[in-house]
Ligand binder design. Structure first.
Ligand SMILES: Nc1nc2c(ncn2[C@@H]2O[C@H](COP(=O)(O)OP(=O)(O)OP(=O)(O)O)[C@@H](O)[C@H]2O)c(=O)[nH]1
Ligand SMILES: [Zn+2]
Ligand SMILES: [Zn+2]
Ligand SMILES: [Zn+2]
Length: 276
């Protein structure tokens, strides 16, 4: 039982934190957690191989609750739905509201309701995919449960991790939740249409992202408008177009049979391999 985050069965997150379980000694608990993560990583590798063979670009979207994951996927379905065959797996603790929002936009959508588990695990994704026909699918979005802690530890077989930081959350989130940001391939600064109104300091946010996640590409956008921000710095790309360009470039890499599985492994995979 994860006391901090309330995930009932998951004793994972050894990379992030260890909790005192009353019935297990600390070393024993770490052992159990490591075994769970190793099992997860093994399955995730199989999923990544399968996605690679089928030429599917799989993105794991992570953020706090309400940062705009579903909205960004919705907007992407509207704008790219005719160019790409897209599927979505969406995770939430309760309700299938997100799946309902995404249905009817031409994508196959499967909702995972985790109950009390505050992150997705590879086996949940595998189960969800069994309900979906992946033939011809080019882009697969996995919307993780809104949480900046636990989901970081679980590889879902993605080829890239996209971490959203919305203008309403404050610029210091990368400093407070470094583990998740360290595993990001892309950091999306979202809800930039209201950045000024809420006093969000773009420059400071970018500085904090760069400090914690120098490997990540930074995109600034709004799911509500096509705004492009005057580039005060050359650290980021802005607007929905930059997101679509990223998806297109990355998809081309994946679908080109010349790209090896090694070459498309996400940052998180490399970080975790160094911890093993
Ligand atoms: N102004 C503005 N609001 C946005 C934007 N994107 C999302 N929102 C709003 O923010 C709220 C939360 O957005 P969601 O897309 O549901 O966020 P989420 O990350 O999927 O939330 P969870 O699934 O609960 O973690 C909704 O009211 C959206 O309309 C944006 O770009 N600009
Ligand atoms: Zn926890
Ligand atoms: Zn959502
Ligand atoms: Zn958890």
């Amino acid at each position: 039982m994860c006391e901090n985050c309330g995930c009932a069965n998951s004793t994972g997150n050894v990379h992030l934190h260890t909790h005192n379980a009353p019935h297990l000694s600390q070393p024993r608990q770490v052992e159990v957690q490591e075994a769970i993560l190793a099992k997860n990583d093994h399955l995730a590798d199989h999923l990544r191989q399968k996605f690679h063979q089928q030429g599917i670009l799989t993105l794991n979207l992570l953020s706090s609750p309400g940062s705009g994951k579903t909205s960004l996927i919705e907007r992407t379905l509207t704008d790219l739905g005719l160019d790409f065959s897209i599927a979505v797996v969406v995770g939430d603790l309760e309700t299938d509201n997100d799946a309902q929002r995404l249905r009817g936009k031409g994508a196959s959508v499967v909702q995972i309701t985790t109950g009390s588990v505050c992150h997705l695990e590879a086996n949940m994704v595998e189960t969800a995919l069994a309900q979906m026909n992946l033939d011809g699918v080019q882009l697969l979005f996995i919307e993780n449960v809104g949480n900046l802690v636990c989901p970081a530890a679980y590889d879902l077989g993605e080829s890239a991790r996209v971490v959203l930081l919305s203008a309403t959350e404050g610029e210091d989130k990368p400093l407070k939740y470094p583990t998740l940001f360290k595993t990001a391939d892309v950091v999306v600064l979202s809800k930039m249409d209201i950045a000024e109104a809420v006093g969000f300091d773009r420059e400071l946010a970018m500085e904090n992202v760069k400090k914690i996640a120098p490997q990540a590409e930074i995109l600034e956008l709004s799911a509500r408008s096509n705004l492009r921000l005057g580039n005060a710095s050359i650290q980021s790309r802005t607007g929905l177009e930059s997101w679509y360009d990223y998806l297109q470039q990355r998809y081309q890499m994946i679908s080109s049979k010349k790209t090896s599985l090694e070459a498309i492994k996400p940052t998180s995979e490399m970080i975790f391999s160094t911890l093993k």
